[in-house]
Design a protein around this ligand. Structure first.
Ligand code: AMP
Ligand code: MG
Length: 498
Protein backbone atom coordinates (compact mmCIF):
# COMPACT_ATOMS: atom_id res chain seq x y z
CA UNK A 1 0.00 0.00 0.00
CA UNK A 2 1.28 3.47 -0.87
CA UNK A 3 0.98 6.21 1.67
CA UNK A 4 0.24 9.66 0.39
CA UNK A 5 2.40 12.10 2.24
CA UNK A 6 0.74 15.03 3.93
CA UNK A 7 2.07 18.33 2.80
CA UNK A 8 1.69 19.89 6.24
CA UNK A 9 1.98 19.30 9.97
CA UNK A 10 -1.18 17.25 9.76
CA UNK A 11 -0.84 13.89 11.47
CA UNK A 12 -3.59 11.45 10.53
CA UNK A 13 -4.16 10.54 14.18
CA UNK A 14 -6.63 7.88 15.26
CA UNK A 15 -6.15 7.47 19.00
CA UNK A 16 -7.59 4.13 20.12
CA UNK A 17 -5.79 4.07 23.49
CA UNK A 18 -7.19 7.49 24.40
CA UNK A 19 -10.67 6.03 23.87
CA UNK A 20 -10.11 3.44 26.60
CA UNK A 21 -11.42 4.25 30.10
CA UNK A 22 -9.95 7.21 32.01
CA UNK A 23 -8.21 5.01 34.58
CA UNK A 24 -5.81 3.71 31.89
CA UNK A 25 -3.87 6.97 31.71
CA UNK A 26 -3.49 10.59 32.73
CA UNK A 27 -4.50 12.99 29.99
CA UNK A 28 -2.09 15.92 29.83
CA UNK A 29 0.08 17.91 27.45
CA UNK A 30 3.85 17.86 27.28
CA UNK A 31 5.64 20.77 28.97
CA UNK A 32 6.80 23.34 26.39
CA UNK A 33 10.56 23.98 26.19
CA UNK A 34 12.48 27.23 25.81
CA UNK A 35 14.36 26.74 22.54
CA UNK A 36 13.59 23.57 20.57
CA UNK A 37 16.15 22.71 17.88
CA UNK A 38 16.04 19.62 15.66
CA UNK A 39 18.86 17.13 15.86
CA UNK A 40 17.37 14.67 13.41
CA UNK A 41 14.23 13.60 11.59
CA UNK A 42 14.05 10.00 10.37
CA UNK A 43 12.85 10.68 6.82
CA UNK A 44 12.14 7.11 5.64
CA UNK A 45 10.22 6.33 8.84
CA UNK A 46 8.25 9.58 8.63
CA UNK A 47 7.22 8.76 5.07
CA UNK A 48 6.21 5.25 6.12
CA UNK A 49 3.97 6.79 8.78
CA UNK A 50 2.29 9.02 6.21
CA UNK A 51 4.00 12.18 7.49
CA UNK A 52 5.78 14.82 5.43
CA UNK A 53 9.48 14.64 6.40
CA UNK A 54 10.40 17.82 4.58
CA UNK A 55 7.78 19.79 6.42
CA UNK A 56 8.80 18.25 9.76
CA UNK A 57 12.50 18.94 9.11
CA UNK A 58 11.89 22.57 10.08
CA UNK A 59 11.46 24.79 13.15
CA UNK A 60 7.80 23.71 13.19
CA UNK A 61 8.92 20.07 13.42
CA UNK A 62 11.21 21.01 16.32
CA UNK A 63 8.21 22.51 18.13
CA UNK A 64 6.09 19.42 17.57
CA UNK A 65 8.79 16.92 18.53
CA UNK A 66 9.79 18.86 21.65
CA UNK A 67 6.20 18.95 22.89
CA UNK A 68 6.00 22.74 22.62
CA UNK A 69 3.31 22.54 19.95
CA UNK A 70 0.60 19.88 20.15
CA UNK A 71 -0.34 18.89 16.59
CA UNK A 72 -4.00 18.84 15.64
CA UNK A 73 -5.66 15.51 16.33
CA UNK A 74 -3.16 14.61 19.03
CA UNK A 75 -4.65 13.64 22.40
CA UNK A 76 -1.57 13.49 24.62
CA UNK A 77 -1.54 11.19 27.60
CA UNK A 78 0.79 9.39 30.02
CA UNK A 79 0.07 5.66 30.31
CA UNK A 80 -0.39 3.99 33.68
CA UNK A 81 1.51 0.80 34.44
CA UNK A 82 3.15 -1.14 37.26
CA UNK A 83 6.00 -3.62 37.19
CA UNK A 84 8.63 -5.85 38.70
CA UNK A 85 11.90 -3.94 38.72
CA UNK A 86 14.88 -6.22 39.38
CA UNK A 87 12.36 -8.69 40.79
CA UNK A 88 10.85 -6.21 43.27
CA UNK A 89 7.19 -5.28 42.91
CA UNK A 90 6.27 -1.62 42.22
CA UNK A 91 2.50 -1.13 42.09
CA UNK A 92 2.56 2.34 40.58
CA UNK A 93 4.83 3.28 37.70
CA UNK A 94 3.58 4.84 34.47
CA UNK A 95 5.08 7.22 31.93
CA UNK A 96 6.98 9.53 34.23
CA UNK A 97 8.54 11.51 31.42
CA UNK A 98 6.75 10.44 28.28
CA UNK A 99 3.64 11.51 26.41
CA UNK A 100 1.80 9.40 23.89
CA UNK A 101 0.82 11.91 21.20
CA UNK A 102 -1.45 9.50 19.39
CA UNK A 103 -1.58 6.69 16.84
CA UNK A 104 -1.32 6.64 13.07
CA UNK A 105 -1.75 3.84 10.54
CA UNK A 106 1.48 3.19 8.65
CA UNK A 107 2.15 2.14 5.06
CA UNK A 108 1.69 -1.53 5.98
CA UNK A 109 -1.69 -0.81 7.53
CA UNK A 110 -0.23 -1.23 11.02
CA UNK A 111 -1.29 1.03 13.88
CA UNK A 112 1.70 2.79 15.45
CA UNK A 113 2.12 4.88 18.59
CA UNK A 114 3.98 8.17 18.38
CA UNK A 115 5.40 9.02 21.79
CA UNK A 116 7.64 11.76 23.14
CA UNK A 117 10.20 10.75 25.76
CA UNK A 118 11.76 13.43 27.97
CA UNK A 119 8.77 15.73 27.43
CA UNK A 120 8.09 16.79 31.01
CA UNK A 121 6.69 15.54 34.29
CA UNK A 122 3.41 13.66 34.63
CA UNK A 123 1.35 12.48 37.61
CA UNK A 124 3.48 9.28 37.44
CA UNK A 125 6.85 11.03 37.73
CA UNK A 126 7.42 10.28 41.40
CA UNK A 127 10.68 12.12 42.07
CA UNK A 128 12.07 12.51 38.52
CA UNK A 129 12.20 15.75 36.54
CA UNK A 130 10.43 14.32 33.50
CA UNK A 131 13.34 15.18 31.25
CA UNK A 132 16.13 13.42 29.36
CA UNK A 133 19.70 14.37 28.53
CA UNK A 134 21.08 14.43 25.02
CA UNK A 135 23.30 11.39 25.70
CA UNK A 136 20.56 8.84 26.40
CA UNK A 137 18.43 10.30 23.58
CA UNK A 138 21.17 9.83 20.98
CA UNK A 139 21.98 6.42 22.41
CA UNK A 140 18.40 5.22 22.03
CA UNK A 141 18.19 6.76 18.55
CA UNK A 142 21.33 4.97 17.34
CA UNK A 143 20.74 1.61 19.00
CA UNK A 144 17.03 1.29 18.17
CA UNK A 145 17.65 2.17 14.52
CA UNK A 146 20.57 -0.28 14.42
CA UNK A 147 18.31 -3.01 15.80
CA UNK A 148 15.73 -2.29 13.10
CA UNK A 149 18.40 -2.57 10.40
CA UNK A 150 19.47 -5.90 11.97
CA UNK A 151 15.87 -7.11 11.43
CA UNK A 152 15.14 -7.29 15.16
CA UNK A 153 11.66 -6.19 16.27
CA UNK A 154 12.05 -2.85 18.04
CA UNK A 155 10.60 0.54 18.75
CA UNK A 156 11.89 3.10 16.26
CA UNK A 157 13.29 6.61 16.49
CA UNK A 158 11.36 9.22 14.50
CA UNK A 159 13.01 12.40 15.75
CA UNK A 160 15.37 13.93 18.28
CA UNK A 161 15.47 17.55 19.41
CA UNK A 162 17.37 19.57 21.95
CA UNK A 163 15.26 21.68 24.29
CA UNK A 164 17.53 24.64 24.97
CA UNK A 165 17.29 23.73 28.66
CA UNK A 166 19.76 22.04 30.97
CA UNK A 167 19.17 18.81 32.85
CA UNK A 168 21.06 17.96 36.01
CA UNK A 169 22.46 14.44 36.17
CA UNK A 170 26.01 13.66 37.33
CA UNK A 171 26.84 16.66 35.19
CA UNK A 172 24.85 19.50 33.71
CA UNK A 173 23.92 18.42 30.18
CA UNK A 174 21.70 19.71 27.36
CA UNK A 175 18.11 18.49 27.58
CA UNK A 176 16.64 16.54 24.67
CA UNK A 177 13.45 14.78 23.62
CA UNK A 178 13.22 11.56 21.62
CA UNK A 179 10.19 10.73 19.50
CA UNK A 180 9.62 7.00 19.66
CA UNK A 181 7.39 4.86 17.47
CA UNK A 182 6.03 1.49 18.60
CA UNK A 183 3.30 -0.95 17.57
CA UNK A 184 2.03 -0.02 21.01
CA UNK A 185 3.51 0.89 24.37
CA UNK A 186 1.43 -1.71 26.21
CA UNK A 187 3.71 -3.65 28.54
CA UNK A 188 3.41 -6.66 30.80
CA UNK A 189 3.36 -3.97 33.49
CA UNK A 190 0.20 -2.46 31.99
CA UNK A 191 -1.63 -5.73 32.73
CA UNK A 192 0.01 -5.93 36.15
CA UNK A 193 -1.29 -2.46 37.01
CA UNK A 194 -4.91 -3.64 36.72
CA UNK A 195 -4.34 -7.16 38.07
CA UNK A 196 -2.85 -5.68 41.25
CA UNK A 197 -5.99 -3.58 41.66
CA UNK A 198 -8.21 -6.60 40.95
CA UNK A 199 -9.86 -4.53 38.24
CA UNK A 200 -11.25 -7.38 36.16
CA UNK A 201 -13.23 -5.08 33.88
CA UNK A 202 -10.11 -3.15 32.94
CA UNK A 203 -8.14 -6.37 32.37
CA UNK A 204 -10.75 -7.61 29.94
CA UNK A 205 -10.89 -4.28 28.11
CA UNK A 206 -7.09 -4.21 27.88
CA UNK A 207 -6.83 -7.83 26.71
CA UNK A 208 -9.50 -7.25 24.06
CA UNK A 209 -7.73 -4.09 22.90
CA UNK A 210 -4.45 -6.02 22.60
CA UNK A 211 -6.05 -8.91 20.73
CA UNK A 212 -7.68 -6.53 18.23
CA UNK A 213 -4.49 -4.60 17.81
CA UNK A 214 -1.72 -7.20 17.86
CA UNK A 215 -3.13 -10.72 17.77
CA UNK A 216 -6.48 -10.72 15.91
CA UNK A 217 -6.02 -14.45 15.18
CA UNK A 218 -6.40 -15.15 18.92
CA UNK A 219 -10.03 -14.06 18.65
CA UNK A 220 -10.78 -17.18 16.58
CA UNK A 221 -9.26 -19.53 19.15
CA UNK A 222 -11.36 -21.67 21.49
CA UNK A 223 -9.94 -19.68 24.42
CA UNK A 224 -8.88 -16.25 23.09
CA UNK A 225 -7.09 -15.15 26.27
CA UNK A 226 -5.07 -18.34 26.54
CA UNK A 227 -4.25 -17.92 22.86
CA UNK A 228 -3.18 -14.33 23.55
CA UNK A 229 -0.81 -15.61 26.24
CA UNK A 230 0.65 -18.19 23.86
CA UNK A 231 1.15 -15.60 21.11
CA UNK A 232 2.98 -13.25 23.46
CA UNK A 233 5.17 -16.14 24.66
CA UNK A 234 6.03 -17.08 21.06
CA UNK A 235 6.93 -13.51 20.12
CA UNK A 236 9.14 -13.07 23.19
CA UNK A 237 10.91 -16.40 22.63
CA UNK A 238 11.66 -15.34 19.04
CA UNK A 239 12.78 -11.88 20.15
CA UNK A 240 15.19 -13.04 22.85
CA UNK A 241 16.74 -15.57 20.45
CA UNK A 242 17.38 -12.70 18.04
CA UNK A 243 19.05 -10.67 20.79
CA UNK A 244 21.28 -13.62 21.66
CA UNK A 245 22.25 -14.07 18.01
CA UNK A 246 23.74 -10.56 17.80
CA UNK A 247 25.25 -10.45 21.31
CA UNK A 248 22.74 -7.89 22.59
CA UNK A 249 22.24 -7.40 26.33
CA UNK A 250 19.13 -5.39 27.17
CA UNK A 251 20.21 -4.60 30.70
CA UNK A 252 16.82 -3.75 32.30
CA UNK A 253 14.39 -6.56 31.54
CA UNK A 254 11.86 -5.38 34.10
CA UNK A 255 8.25 -6.33 33.38
CA UNK A 256 7.51 -2.67 32.63
CA UNK A 257 10.15 -2.78 29.89
CA UNK A 258 8.71 -5.78 28.05
CA UNK A 259 6.18 -5.00 25.34
CA UNK A 260 3.17 -7.21 24.64
CA UNK A 261 3.81 -6.64 20.91
CA UNK A 262 7.21 -8.40 21.15
CA UNK A 263 9.26 -5.35 20.17
CA UNK A 264 12.42 -4.40 22.05
CA UNK A 265 11.88 -1.27 24.16
CA UNK A 266 13.83 1.04 26.48
CA UNK A 267 17.43 1.32 25.42
CA UNK A 268 18.92 2.37 28.72
CA UNK A 269 22.00 0.53 29.95
CA UNK A 270 21.92 -1.89 27.03
CA UNK A 271 25.07 -3.05 25.26
CA UNK A 272 26.40 -5.17 22.44
CA UNK A 273 29.19 -7.49 23.54
CA UNK A 274 32.60 -7.10 22.00
CA UNK A 275 34.48 -10.14 23.30
CA UNK A 276 32.12 -12.97 24.07
CA UNK A 277 31.28 -14.17 27.54
CA UNK A 278 27.92 -15.64 28.59
CA UNK A 279 28.01 -13.90 31.99
CA UNK A 280 28.55 -10.46 30.51
CA UNK A 281 26.80 -7.55 32.30
CA UNK A 282 27.25 -3.87 31.50
CA UNK A 283 24.54 -2.08 33.46
CA UNK A 284 25.86 -0.05 36.39
CA UNK A 285 22.69 -0.80 38.36
CA UNK A 286 22.63 -4.58 37.77
CA UNK A 287 24.80 -5.53 40.74
CA UNK A 288 23.68 -9.16 40.87
CA UNK A 289 23.96 -9.79 37.15
CA UNK A 290 20.24 -10.57 37.04
CA UNK A 291 20.05 -9.39 33.43
CA UNK A 292 23.35 -10.89 32.22
CA UNK A 293 23.52 -12.07 28.58
CA UNK A 294 22.79 -15.71 29.22
CA UNK A 295 20.09 -15.04 31.83
CA UNK A 296 17.89 -13.26 29.29
CA UNK A 297 15.75 -16.26 28.29
CA UNK A 298 15.15 -17.27 31.91
CA UNK A 299 14.17 -13.73 32.84
CA UNK A 300 11.86 -13.45 29.86
CA UNK A 301 10.09 -16.61 31.01
CA UNK A 302 9.85 -15.24 34.54
CA UNK A 303 8.27 -12.07 33.15
CA UNK A 304 5.87 -14.09 31.02
CA UNK A 305 4.79 -16.03 34.12
CA UNK A 306 3.92 -12.64 35.65
CA UNK A 307 1.91 -11.83 32.54
CA UNK A 308 0.15 -15.20 32.70
CA UNK A 309 -0.91 -14.60 36.29
CA UNK A 310 -2.65 -11.38 35.21
CA UNK A 311 -4.76 -13.31 32.70
CA UNK A 312 -5.93 -16.16 34.96
CA UNK A 313 -9.39 -14.72 35.59
CA UNK A 314 -9.93 -14.30 31.85
CA UNK A 315 -8.62 -17.73 30.89
CA UNK A 316 -11.00 -19.74 33.05
CA UNK A 317 -13.70 -19.17 35.67
CA UNK A 318 -12.22 -21.99 37.71
CA UNK A 319 -8.89 -20.92 39.13
CA UNK A 320 -7.22 -24.33 39.19
CA UNK A 321 -8.07 -24.92 35.55
CA UNK A 322 -6.81 -21.46 34.68
CA UNK A 323 -3.52 -22.05 36.49
CA UNK A 324 -3.01 -25.41 34.80
CA UNK A 325 -3.60 -23.96 31.34
CA UNK A 326 -1.44 -20.89 31.97
CA UNK A 327 1.41 -22.95 33.41
CA UNK A 328 1.35 -25.28 30.44
CA UNK A 329 1.61 -22.26 28.14
CA UNK A 330 4.46 -20.65 30.07
CA UNK A 331 6.27 -24.00 30.07
CA UNK A 332 6.33 -23.97 26.27
CA UNK A 333 8.71 -21.02 26.38
CA UNK A 334 11.81 -23.22 26.79
CA UNK A 335 11.14 -25.29 23.69
CA UNK A 336 10.16 -22.26 21.61
CA UNK A 337 13.25 -20.39 22.64
CA UNK A 338 15.53 -23.40 22.08
CA UNK A 339 14.09 -23.93 18.61
CA UNK A 340 14.57 -20.27 17.68
CA UNK A 341 18.06 -20.18 19.21
CA UNK A 342 19.14 -23.36 17.44
CA UNK A 343 17.83 -22.15 14.09
CA UNK A 344 19.62 -18.81 14.53
CA UNK A 345 22.98 -20.29 15.51
CA UNK A 346 22.85 -23.07 12.91
CA UNK A 347 22.39 -20.35 10.32
CA UNK A 348 25.19 -18.28 11.85
CA UNK A 349 27.66 -21.11 11.23
CA UNK A 350 26.29 -21.74 7.74
CA UNK A 351 24.24 -24.89 8.28
CA UNK A 352 21.18 -24.84 6.07
CA UNK A 353 20.18 -28.41 6.86
CA UNK A 354 19.40 -29.81 10.29
CA UNK A 355 21.46 -32.71 11.65
CA UNK A 356 22.22 -34.22 15.03
CA UNK A 357 25.17 -32.54 16.64
CA UNK A 358 24.62 -29.13 15.01
CA UNK A 359 23.67 -27.39 18.24
CA UNK A 360 26.62 -29.00 20.03
CA UNK A 361 28.89 -27.74 17.26
CA UNK A 362 27.62 -24.16 17.69
CA UNK A 363 27.93 -24.43 21.47
CA UNK A 364 31.45 -25.77 21.13
CA UNK A 365 32.40 -22.67 19.15
CA UNK A 366 30.82 -20.37 21.76
CA UNK A 367 32.68 -22.17 24.54
CA UNK A 368 35.97 -21.67 22.73
CA UNK A 369 35.12 -18.01 22.04
CA UNK A 370 34.44 -17.41 25.73
CA UNK A 371 37.68 -19.10 26.79
CA UNK A 372 39.64 -17.10 24.24
CA UNK A 373 37.87 -13.72 24.58
CA UNK A 374 37.03 -13.76 20.88
CA UNK A 375 35.04 -10.86 19.48
CA UNK A 376 31.45 -12.09 19.03
CA UNK A 377 30.52 -10.11 15.92
CA UNK A 378 33.82 -10.44 14.04
CA UNK A 379 34.11 -14.18 14.70
CA UNK A 380 30.82 -14.93 12.95
CA UNK A 381 31.36 -12.32 10.26
CA UNK A 382 34.78 -13.66 9.30
CA UNK A 383 33.54 -17.23 9.55
CA UNK A 384 31.14 -16.31 6.72
CA UNK A 385 34.16 -15.62 4.52
CA UNK A 386 35.86 -18.91 5.41
CA UNK A 387 33.23 -21.14 3.91
CA UNK A 388 34.67 -22.71 0.77
CA UNK A 389 38.26 -21.83 1.67
CA UNK A 390 40.80 -24.34 2.90
CA UNK A 391 42.29 -24.34 6.39
CA UNK A 392 45.04 -21.97 5.24
CA UNK A 393 42.52 -19.15 5.53
CA UNK A 394 41.57 -19.93 9.14
CA UNK A 395 44.06 -17.44 10.54
CA UNK A 396 41.63 -14.58 9.84
CA UNK A 397 39.30 -15.97 12.50
CA UNK A 398 41.99 -17.62 14.64
CA UNK A 399 43.60 -14.22 15.17
CA UNK A 400 40.53 -13.22 17.18
CA UNK A 401 41.25 -16.01 19.69
CA UNK A 402 43.87 -15.78 22.43
CA UNK A 403 44.86 -19.28 21.38
CA UNK A 404 44.25 -19.57 17.62
CA UNK A 405 44.72 -23.35 17.77
CA UNK A 406 41.46 -23.58 19.70
CA UNK A 407 39.61 -22.16 16.70
CA UNK A 408 41.59 -24.27 14.21
CA UNK A 409 40.54 -27.45 16.03
CA UNK A 410 36.92 -26.41 15.83
CA UNK A 411 37.25 -25.49 12.16
CA UNK A 412 38.27 -29.07 11.33
CA UNK A 413 34.99 -30.37 12.76
CA UNK A 414 33.10 -27.54 11.09
CA UNK A 415 34.47 -28.34 7.63
CA UNK A 416 33.62 -32.00 8.10
CA UNK A 417 30.05 -30.97 8.85
CA UNK A 418 29.90 -28.49 5.93
CA UNK A 419 30.88 -31.32 3.60
CA UNK A 420 27.46 -32.89 4.30
CA UNK A 421 25.59 -29.76 3.15
CA UNK A 422 24.13 -29.74 -0.33
CA UNK A 423 24.37 -25.95 -0.84
CA UNK A 424 27.24 -24.40 -2.79
CA UNK A 425 30.02 -22.51 -1.01
CA UNK A 426 28.98 -19.29 -2.72
CA UNK A 427 25.35 -19.61 -1.66
CA UNK A 428 26.41 -20.40 1.88
CA UNK A 429 28.77 -17.42 2.00
CA UNK A 430 26.06 -15.02 0.97
CA UNK A 431 23.50 -16.57 3.32
CA UNK A 432 25.94 -16.21 6.23
CA UNK A 433 26.87 -12.67 5.21
CA UNK A 434 23.21 -11.69 5.23
CA UNK A 435 22.71 -12.66 8.89
CA UNK A 436 26.13 -12.17 10.51
CA UNK A 437 26.50 -8.38 10.65
CA UNK A 438 29.73 -6.55 9.98
CA UNK A 439 28.54 -3.48 11.89
CA UNK A 440 26.87 -3.28 15.29
CA UNK A 441 26.57 -0.20 17.53
CA UNK A 442 29.72 -0.93 19.47
CA UNK A 443 29.66 0.70 22.89
CA UNK A 444 32.80 2.75 22.34
CA UNK A 445 31.42 4.16 19.08
CA UNK A 446 28.15 5.13 20.75
CA UNK A 447 30.19 6.75 23.52
CA UNK A 448 32.24 8.71 20.97
CA UNK A 449 29.04 9.96 19.33
CA UNK A 450 27.72 11.21 22.68
CA UNK A 451 31.02 12.87 23.65
CA UNK A 452 31.17 14.70 20.32
CA UNK A 453 27.51 15.80 20.63
CA UNK A 454 28.22 17.23 24.08
CA UNK A 455 30.88 19.35 22.34
CA UNK A 456 28.31 20.43 19.77
CA UNK A 457 29.48 18.11 16.95
CA UNK A 458 26.74 15.90 15.51
CA UNK A 459 28.89 14.64 12.61
CA UNK A 460 29.86 11.36 14.33
CA UNK A 461 26.18 10.70 15.19
CA UNK A 462 25.16 11.10 11.54
CA UNK A 463 28.05 8.96 10.34
CA UNK A 464 27.41 6.12 12.78
CA UNK A 465 23.69 6.11 11.94
CA UNK A 466 24.54 5.91 8.26
CA UNK A 467 26.97 3.00 8.72
CA UNK A 468 24.55 1.06 10.91
CA UNK A 469 21.73 1.42 8.39
CA UNK A 470 23.48 -1.23 6.23
CA UNK A 471 24.97 -3.60 8.82
CA UNK A 472 25.45 -6.52 6.43
CA UNK A 473 27.35 -4.56 3.74
CA UNK A 474 31.15 -4.57 3.72
CA UNK A 475 31.48 -0.75 3.36
CA UNK A 476 35.28 -0.71 2.80
CA UNK A 477 35.65 2.98 3.67
CA UNK A 478 34.10 2.34 7.11
CA UNK A 479 36.07 -0.81 7.93
CA UNK A 480 37.44 0.79 11.13
CA UNK A 481 33.90 0.69 12.54
CA UNK A 482 33.96 -3.12 12.38
CA UNK A 483 36.82 -3.19 14.83
CA UNK A 484 36.47 -3.85 18.54
CA UNK A 485 37.68 -1.10 20.91
CA UNK A 486 41.34 -0.63 21.73
CA UNK A 487 41.99 -1.43 25.41
CA UNK A 488 41.72 2.27 26.36
CA UNK A 489 38.40 2.56 24.47
CA UNK A 490 36.60 -0.33 26.15
CA UNK A 491 33.32 0.66 27.80
CA UNK A 492 32.97 -1.47 30.93
CA UNK A 493 29.78 -0.01 32.30
CA UNK A 494 26.61 1.49 30.84
CA UNK A 495 24.11 3.78 32.59
CA UNK A 496 20.37 4.38 32.53
CA UNK A 497 20.91 8.06 32.02
CA UNK A 498 17.65 8.92 33.75
P1 AMP B 1 12.97 3.27 33.02
O1 AMP B 1 14.01 2.77 33.95
O2 AMP B 1 13.42 4.30 32.04
O3 AMP B 1 12.21 2.16 32.37
O4 AMP B 1 11.92 4.06 33.94
C1 AMP B 1 11.27 3.50 35.04
C2 AMP B 1 10.23 4.49 35.56
O5 AMP B 1 10.82 5.71 36.00
C3 AMP B 1 9.20 4.90 34.54
O6 AMP B 1 7.98 5.05 35.22
C4 AMP B 1 9.72 6.23 34.03
O7 AMP B 1 8.71 6.98 33.45
C5 AMP B 1 10.27 6.83 35.31
N1 AMP B 1 11.33 7.80 35.02
C6 AMP B 1 12.56 7.53 34.53
N2 AMP B 1 13.28 8.66 34.39
C7 AMP B 1 12.50 9.68 34.79
C8 AMP B 1 12.67 11.11 34.87
N3 AMP B 1 13.79 11.72 34.49
N4 AMP B 1 11.63 11.83 35.33
C9 AMP B 1 10.49 11.24 35.70
N5 AMP B 1 10.27 9.93 35.65
C10 AMP B 1 11.26 9.13 35.20
MG1 MG C 1 10.89 1.80 31.08
Amino acid sequence: MNVTTNNSAHFPFDNSYARLPERFYARLSPTPVSDPVLIKINHPLARHLGLDPDFLDSPKGAEIFSGSHVAEGSDPLAMAYAGHQFGGWVSQLGDGRAHLLGEVIDGDGMRRDIQLKGSGPTPYSRSGDGRAGIGPVLREYVVSEAMAALNIPTTRALAAVTTGEKVFRDDVVPGAVLTRVASSHIRIGTFQFFAARQDMDALKILADHVIDRHYPEAREAENPYLSLLQHVIDRQAALIAKWMAVGFIHGVMNTDNMLISGETIDYGPCAFMDSYHPDMVFSSIDHMGRYAYQNQPTIAQWNLASFASCLLGLIHGDQDSAIRAAEAAVNTFGDRFDAAWSAAFRAKIGLGEERDGDVALAQDLLGRMAENKADFTLTFRRLSGLSGQDAGADASVGALFENPASFNEWAVKWRARLALESSSDGARQSAMGAINPAYIPRNHRVEQVIMAALEGDLGPFERLLDILSAPFDEQPSNAAYQQPPRPDEIVHETFCGT
